[in-house]
Structures are given as C-alpha cells and as structure tokens.
Design a protein around this ligand. Structure first.
Ligand code: SF4
Length: 344
C-alpha cells in the first residue's frame, strides 16, 4: 500500500479512494475567472485542482483564489524556485515541480524547506517531452522511471519525503509500462495520466486504455484525464473510467444492446432519454436499454431495472423479470415511475 499524503482537506494514497484532479485553463492571475472555473469543476466532482503558476504574481493569486474555493489547489511550477516559494507562501496545498529543472540543490532545498514548513507535499515526476540528454536512446518507459527516481532522490537527499509521483507520456504503452515499474519500486502515491491526449474523443480512448489498465491492476492513487477543451469534461471522463474499472462508483451504469435485425424501436433515442433521466442519480445501479423483448430481459438479467423495446410497445423489467408491458409512448413515464419505486 502507498503512503498517505495530505493535500489540503483531501487525503490521497493509502486506502483512500482514487482522487480526481483537473487543471484550470484560465489565466491564474485572473482570480474571478479561475475561481469560477474551479467551482464549476468542484461541482462536477473534481477533488484537487492544479493551476499554472507561471510567474510570482500568478503564484500570489492563489491566496485570493483560495478564499473563493473549497477544494485543494496545486501550484504547477516550472524552472523558477522563487515562483514555487511564492505559491507555497500564498497557501498552495501542493506544488508540482520537476526538481531537475529547478536548478541547483540549494534552490531545490529552499522549495522543499518551504513545503515542509507549510506541511504540503510536492508532486515530482518525469514528462517524456522534457527528459534530459542522459535518458535519450533509452527505452521510453525506463527513461521515465529513471528520470523520476533521479528527481525523487534529490528531494530524499535533503530529507523531504512528502512526495507524489507522476510519469507523463503521450505514448499509452510506454506510460503503462513506466507506472507498473514505478509501482513496484516505491511506496509514494502515484498520479496517473496520459498527457497530450487530445480532444474528448481521442483522450477518452487513450485515457481509458492507459489509466484504465493501471486502475485494473490496482495501481493509482489520483488521476487526471487530460482533454483539450473545457476541463469539466475531464471530470466526467475520470468518473466514467474509475467506475468502469470498479475503483469508485458515482452514478448508475447504463448498458444497452448494440441492436440487430430484431430491433423494432428507435433504441438510440430511447437510450439517450434514459441517460438524461438517470445520469445525475448519485448512486450506483445497473440500468439496461435493450432492443427486443425476446432476448433483452434475459441478456440483461443482472440489471436492476431495464427497458426492452418491442413493436409499438415495450417491457419494463427488474432483474430480468417483466413488471409492466406498456405502449411505446408511455415507456419513459412508466420507467421513471418504476425507477422511483426502486430508488425508495
Ligand atoms: S437484445 Fe435483442 S435486439 Fe438487442 S442485440 Fe440482443 S437480440 Fe438483438
């Protein structure tokens, strides 16, 4: 089991649930816009948020942002130790640095001392895009692991062990291999992610493969699904991946058959109606939307409730047993009534 690390009012690692993170794409110096985006992300289920601290002023803005938000804030810092220290003094709940690009050991020590004094962890790691010369030509996953270990050793050498590790690459297979190796080598919590994964359609596939494979192995303490676009999408995707991997539950699981020549109903439309009706229910249950009454209830007998479409009518079933036969136009209202009964 990994060590437990405290990030503001959230614990990660140990036996804690895998925490969902995202990163704002507003200008951090714009306190109102950044706080509004953080609050929208928190409302969607984000538990830890990272903001870019790109200069001392943006790092200092964290103090004002924190007054307007309740989830922990991680300052993302590159190269300049003064920015990292400003972010820590402004109340950042964690800093993400790459010790290797902060410079001399003295500077790294200054950041680590500030983090220690404020009781906050440091996220370190490696990013395939910024690996040093020493790692070029090496197997990509090995290079990620060795580079991260080098960064970790810098902190350990000066007595800092409140660490979370990330190994970021856009290459899904290399990322998975790297995280598996690192998982076996250390008890620091792991932050999972596939970086530069693209817009929603591309990212959901890459992230479900990479992050999903690791979650299925029991690896991972926190994650970010990187999506080019509105970060709120990252939270929906993270929840979906975590739930499919059986690591956390958030909402009903909706299953539907692919349809075939027996289908006599617009199943896709029905699916979307059921989805809209159920996606915000804050508890797990299995809901099936099936294309025919012959095989539907049986094929989905492990569903708590479902609909099977016939010709001009449909069945509502619970655990594979039909409970109502209704005209097609009444399917959704009757389903809703039966669902309410089930939830009570
Ligand atoms: S449930 Fe019925 S309609 Fe759907 S794939 Fe199976 S046999 Fe075809």
């Amino acid at each position: 089991m990994k060590r437990t690390v405290t990030v503001g009012n959230v614990l990660l690692g140990g036996d804690q649930p895998v925490r969902i993170q995202s990163m704002t794409n507003t200008d951090t110096a714009d306190v109102e816009a950044t706080a509004a985006q953080i609050n929208a992300l928190a409302a969607a289920g984000c538990e830890i948020i990272r903001v870019a601290a790109y200069d001392v002023h943006s790092a200092q803005s964290i103090a004002k942002i924190k007054q307007k938000c309740s989830i922990p804030i991680v300052a993302d810092v590159h190269f300049d130790h003064k920015i990292a220290i400003a972010a820590i003094e402004a109340g950042a709940d964690k800093v993400r640095i790459n010790p290797g690009n902060i410079g001399s050991e003295d500077r790294i020590r200054m950041v680590a001392d500030a983090a220690k004094m404020h009781g906050i962890p440091i996220r370190v790691g490696a990013n395939s895009g910024s690996l040093g010369k020493a790692y070029r030509g090496m197997d990509k996953s090995e290079a990620l692991v060795q580079s991260a270990l080098e960064n970790i050793r810098i902190l350990e050498k000066i007595g800092f062990e409140d660490i979370v590790i990330a190994l970021k690459a856009s290459d899904v297979a290399a990322s998975v291999r790297a995280y598996r190796k690192m998982d076996a080598l250390t008890d620091y919590p792991l932050h999972l992610g596939i970086t530069e994964a693209g817009a929603y359609e591309s990212s959901i596939v890459k992230s479900a493969m990479g992050i999903g494979a690791l979650l299925l192995d029991g690896i991972g303490d926190t994650l970010r699904v990187s999506i080019t676009g509105d970060p709120v999408q990252e939270i929906r995707a993270a929840k979906e991946i975590l739930q499919c991997a059986g690591r956390r539950t958030f909402s009903p699981e909706l299953i539907a058959c692919p349809t075939c020549g027996r289908t006599r109903i617009d199943l896709e439309a029905l699916y979307h109606q059921v989805k809209a009706l159920t996606q915000d229910i804050p508890q797990y249950l299995k809901i099936a939307v099936m294309g025919c009454v012959v095989n539907g209830p049986g094929e989905a007998r492990d569903a708590d409730i479902g609909i099977a479409g016939g010709e001009g009518f449909g069945l509502i079933f619970k655990k594979g047993v039909p409970v109502a036969k209704v005209p097609e136009a009444e399917l959704i209202p009757v389903f809703e009534k039966e669902l309410k009964e089930l939830l009570q």
